[in-house]
Design a protein around this ligand. Structure first.
Ligand code: SDX
Length: 428
């Protein structure tokens, strides 16, 4: 007998079904609440509201657990590759050797971007924010792939657009970087795997062949894996709700990129480095900045700290923090802000303000330090987050489509002016 929740309003009692997920999370199904009682619920910021049932990613904020399709993030970060994790997230199972080969082959055949895309890519000011460029360019792919606009897409067409998106996003991200340097863009090389190809397109110079460093390739795979999905976060929810109107996949992903841009979400990795640089320039007094973060009259927040769901360590932050030491040592990089970051973490984790609010370092706290060591400029960090999150967004969009979910349209509680008549402008 499944559990029932009872809601008592006045002299009436309403029975609401309880559903339980495979990891034993429980939810009260209120889909019939308004029909039964005339009441809706209110949950600003959706802190207590499930938007869907999903089989893609499971996270437990209290335990600091993160799994993609049931596989612990620690194992995938250690043993898998980004393109294999992309396959897992999108299709639900780890690929066989042949499936992985076919997936990589199909992607490598779609990494070229239509030359006409360059016509408006060239129009962006070279220092315009990379996230604005990326969101525009990904949305523009719909214009070059009109088959993606057909209603009731066949699974074959959907899969073709998925392959094109993954393939072309890496090329476009490298274009944006090269443009910021005023350098010629590179073309993809089919002899390279996905991540190596991305690094080649990003860092290769016309003056000298890019030397592939296995340490950098491995670090990049790990970072992209750690960013690949995170259940119903702000940008994934954006992708799902835009896709629920039957907007094409390029428009849906472009909307997700815009949501990720915000410094409270994906933009935090850029904001963390800018914050650490500011603290360093200010003499490295971490106590002073911790005090500012705690001061309600001060708008300063410790960027890279806190999380809507994790009320324990973000498991990704733990993995990245460990990788930080390894990679910087292997690359022979001594980044002063790393010691400031570690000091901030140490002090914050003993401070009552942070402990009481369960504010721990999140995925963004250390990732920027590695990106910088790999040679990326700060304003490219969130674009790299988007490149990593792409398979997750695609998996969420695909699941929403396959589940034939209705168009997303939340309700509201109206608190504005009640009925009043129009008054002529001379009488106002
Ligand atoms: C990502 O959702 C996801 O899964 C996102 C993500 C993903 O993979 O998709 O994990 C990626 O977005 C990570 C988060 C990156 N953002 C930042 O690092 C920005 C700094 N952190 C915050 O602004 C904040 O913690 C949020 C936005 C992440 C979460 O905000 P919530 O859940 O709405 O919590 P809140 O803002 O209500 O904070 C609760 C309390 C408040 O104090 P009180 O009002 O209770 O006194 O904690 C305080 C906040 O003022 N607080 C902070 C703080 N974060 C929260 N105080 C100082 N510094 C901070 N960083």
């Amino acid at each position: 007998m499944s559990e029932i929740a009872q809601l008592k309003i006045g002299d009436k009692t309403y029975d609401l079904p309880v559903i339980e997920g495979t990891e034993h999370e429980k939810a009260i199904d209120i889909s019939k609440l308004r029909d039964q009682s005339g009441y809706i619920t209110l949950d600003i910021g959706y802190k207590n509201t499930g938007a869907t049932k999903s089989a893609i990613t499971f996270l437990d904020g209290e335990q600091g657990i993160l799994k993609y399709r049931g596989y612990p993030i620690e194992q995938l970060a250690e043993k898998s590759s980004f393109i294999e994790v992309a396959y897992l997230l999108i299709y639900g199972e780890l690929p066989t050797e042949q499936q992985l080969k076919d997936f990589q082959y199909q992607i490598s055949r779609h990494t070229l971007v239509h030359e006409d895309m360059k016509k408006f890519f060239d129009g962006f000011p070279s220092k315009s924010h990379p996230m604005g460029q990326l969101s525009s360019l990904i949305g523009a792919l719909a214009a070059f792939n009109p088959e993606s606009l057909e209603p009731g897409l066949s699974p074959e067409i959907i899969n073709l657009e998925i392959i094109k998106l993954i393939a072309k996003m890496s090329t476009i991200v490298s274009w944006i970087y090269k443009k910021s340097l005023g350098q010629k863009v590179n073309y993809p090389q089919n002899k390279y795997d996905y991540v190596t190809n991305f690094l080649y397109m990003t860092f290769s110079q016309v003056t000298e062949e890019y030397e592939i460093d296995p340490v950098v390739v491995s670090a990049m795979n790990k970072l992209l894996i750690l960013h690949a999905d995170h259940e119903q976060n702000c940008s994934a929810s954006t992708v799902r709700i835009v896709g629920s109107s039957d907007a094409n996949i390029y428009a849906s992903i472009s909307a997700g990129i815009s949501a990720l841009w915000g410094p409270l979400h994906g933009g935090a990795n850029q904001a963390v480095i800018e914050m650490l640089e500011k603290i360093k320039a200010d003499g490295g007094d971490t106590d002073k900045w911790i005090a500012k973060a705690k001061d309600k009259n001060d708008s300063f927040r410790l960027m890279g700290f806190g999380h809507r769901v994790y009320k324990n360590f973000d498991p990704r932050a733990k993995i990245i923090k460990k990788a930080c030491d390894d990679i910087l040592e292997k690359l022979g990089v001594n980044d002063e802000v790393l010691s400031i970051a570690k000091r901030l973490e140490e002090v914050a984790l003993q401070d009552e303000y942070f402990v009481q609010r369960k504010l721990y370092p999140n995925v963004d706290f250390y990732s920027g330090i590695i990106y910088r060591a790999l040679g990326f400029p700060t304003d490219m960090f969130t674009v790299l987050f988007a490149l990593g999150r792409l398979p997750g967004w695609i998996a969420q969009w695909k699941e929403m489509k396959e589940n034939k979910e209705p168009i997303g349209r939340p309700r509201q509680v109206y608190v504005g002016a009640t009925n009043r008549d129009y008054t002529d402008i001379n009488n106002r």
